[in-house]
Design a protein. Structure first.
Length: 313
């Protein structure tokens, strides 16, 4: 049974029977994106009531009628990826059970897919587990620049349609406006081709750093394609800033080669283990991210990409 306090809280929440054919909601992450999408798509934004029972079991409730409607769950899997996964599963399963016509997950940042193989005996392949469970309760997955390393597309993870959108053009436009003469750097081979494409679109030079990882918190980098950095602005372009150790070493290498200023632009700013202050201490005074994960560094809005994709639904 629910606690008396929870029952009292729930009685004060209105239940909406709006006429919109599309309900947009969120489990707590990406709320601003969800509200912006609702406004631009002429849809209803309705928050979920998420609480917990006295024993800490998750409680979730829709505050709008979803029967016969398209339900768009907008929720990045950062911060708190484990809680996010559970909230998304509960929200999607509940929408289906309540008779939603279609359930679409918009995960600006999608966690768990970086573990795309069994590197050591006995390991869980988290990307496969994620895909298996979400495919049972959503009809489509949309994400921004998911970390598809060994996978070629989201279709190799999910058995339902998946769309991987890219923020490349938004980043290109930002660099053209703010740092048109900067040298672009891919901090490791995984990001090098991506950084090269952005540099080509901007019309500036680019180079690649090769990374040697000794363990999760110790890496070394060296320049693969030597180009002059002395006196220049350098922009390190990457898809994810996690612990930041690779960026720190890349910044140090750029400064050793005489760079005037080193900054970073990334799609997803996780900033684990106090990475943000560490990066600033290493000389990265300007760090720019998209708003796939809410953070003070957000300067590039990915909402227009999602609006265009959801207009097709």
């Amino acid at each position: 049974m629910k606690s008396k306090m929870l029952n009292k809280y729930l009685r004060g929440i209105p239940y909406s029977y709006g006429v919109s054919k599309m309900i947009i909601t969120s489990g707590g992450n990406s709320v601003e994106i969800a509200k912006s999408l609702a406004k631009k798509l002429n849809a209803v934004y309705s928050s979920l009531t998420i609480s917990s029972f006295p024993d800490s079991d998750l409680y979730l409730r829709y505050n709008a009628a979803v029967k016969g409607k398209k339900v768009i769950i907008v929720h990045s899997f950062q911060p708190h990826p484990n809680d996010s996964f559970l909230k998304v599963l509960f929200a999607a399963e509940t929408a289906k059970d309540l008779g939603a016509k279609k359930v679409i997950l918009v995960a600006p940042y999608l966690a768990y897919i970086r573990q795309d193989k069994r590197f050591h005996s006995g390991e869980a392949v988290s990307s496969k587990i994620l895909g298996k469970h979400l495919s049972k309760c959503v009809d489509k997955v949309i994400s921004i620049d998911p970390h598809l390393h060994r996978y070629r597309s989201l279709q190799e993870i999910f058995s339902v349609p998946g769309t991987a959108l890219t923020s490349n053009q938004l980043i290109v436009e930002y660099i053209q406006k703010h740092f048109p003469k900067a040298v672009l750097v891919g901090p490791d081979w995984e990001s090098s081709q991506w950084a090269g494409k952005i540099a080509k679109a901007v019309g500036t030079e680019s180079t690649i750093f090769e990374k040697t990882r000794y363990h999760a918190r110790k890496v070394k980098v060296k320049m693969v394609k030597p180009i002059p950095l002395a006196g220049k602005q350098v922009v390190i372009v990457d898809d994810i800033i996690s612990t930041g150790y690779t960026l720190i070493e890349a910044a140090k290498e750029a400064y050793r080669r005489g760079a005037k200023e080193v900054m970073a632009i990334a799609v997803h700013g996780i900033f684990a283990e106090q990475a943000w202050p560490k990066l600033r201490k290493a000389g990265l005074r300007r760090i720019i991210t998209t708003n796939t994960i809410e953070h003070p560094t957000n300067k590039i809005d990915i909402t227009p990409l999602l609006v265009e994709e959801l207009k097709k639904e």
